[in-house]
Design a protein around this ligand. Structure first.
Ligand code: 13P
Length: 286
């Protein structure tokens, strides 16, 4: 397999009730390491980019990296734009070739969010791409997007109307999850996932994956969370791996950048592979 539509990856995961790791990368090294983990584990994977990453690296260079790094890859992979409130960036990424986008209009009133999401779905589907939608902001700031205030939860009826009216391919409900590090073990409303999926069988995106327990992952994936988002864990692994290596390099007074890159790549690969095994997607490549 190779680069495939996001929906193809998620529909299989949803039907078989395993979770696909959707991992936010920050540069070429982390993108390559996550893809290498997918190849090693024979796992489908979704590589995610925040708007901040798109802007810091540049759309063209980021997509060129993706094209080069996935050329000839033999596991199913897709490129996804994470939380994007900026309509122009959505269009730019869709036209460039991103496989899916999360149009994050959760700060708008639901009616307006719904109206704009209908448009985004039309635009994406015309290009063979897919759309994740949300009606409540996920708590926490992720790469400059979001708020630490917990958003008001909408009713089940509102969520179902949003899904049916917009035709989104993936839905991301707020269930007590949050981006960043949890200060206390999160209390998650798993029943909300079941309620949505029973009324409208659509793959659910689980945000705020970093810090959830094995039991929470297993339970939520069994209920229909086919896409499991991980960002903070990669950032922490990436930074701590650099720090550990550089501290040691300082001790040894030895300064060889490629050795640093190899070390960090190994740690990021190991982290990503661990999530793939944990979510049950290892061995599921077709
Ligand atoms: P974490 O940063 O908590 O892993 O959440 C990731 C996420 O949901 C990205 O949208």
């Amino acid at each position: 397999m190779a680069v495939v539509p996001t929906r193809e990856i998620l529909d299989r995961a949803f039907a078989e009730r395993y979770g696909v790791a959707a991992i936010n990368i920050v540069n070429d090294l982390s993108m390559e390491a996550v893809l290498a983990a997918a190849v090693q584990e024979r796992a489908p994977v979704i590589v995610q980019t925040s708007v901040k990453t798109v802007k810091s690296i540049g759309l063209d260079l980021l997509f060129a990296m993706w094209r080069e790094l996935t050329a000839g890859i033999d596991v199913p992979v897709a490129l996804h734009l994470d939380h994007c409130p900026e309509r122009e960036v959505i269009t730019d990424c869709l036209r460039k070739g991103w496989n899916s986008v999360l149009f994050d209009a959760s700060r708008l009133p639901v009616q307006e969010n719904q109206r704009q999401t209908v448009d985004v779905v039309k635009e994406a589907h015309a290009l063979g791409a897919h759309v994740e939608g949300e009606i409540e902001s996920i708590t926490g700031v992720e790469d400059g997007v979001g708020s630490d205030e917990e958003a008001e939860r909408q009713t089940l009826e509102t969520a179902l109307t949003f899904i049916r009216t917009t035709g989104v391919d993936v839905f991301a409900p707020a269930i007590g999850n949050a981006h960043g590090r949890y200060k206390a073990a999160p209390k998650l409303d798993a029943q909300r996932v079941t309620d949505i999926v029973e009324a409208e069988p659509i793959p659910i995106a689980l945000h705020g994956g970093t810090g959830m327990s094995d039991e929470q992952f297993a339970d939520l994936i069994a209920r229909g969370c086919a896409k499991v988002n991980i960002s903070t864990a990669l950032k922490v692994t990436f930074m701590q791996s650099n720090l550990a290596y550089l501290r040691d390099a300082e001790q040894r007074d030895s300064w060889d950048p490629p050795s640093l890159f190899t070390h960090v790549r190994g740690d990021v690969l190991g982290m990503a592979a661990g999530f793939m095994r944990q979510f049950g997607s290892a061995g599921k490549a077709w």
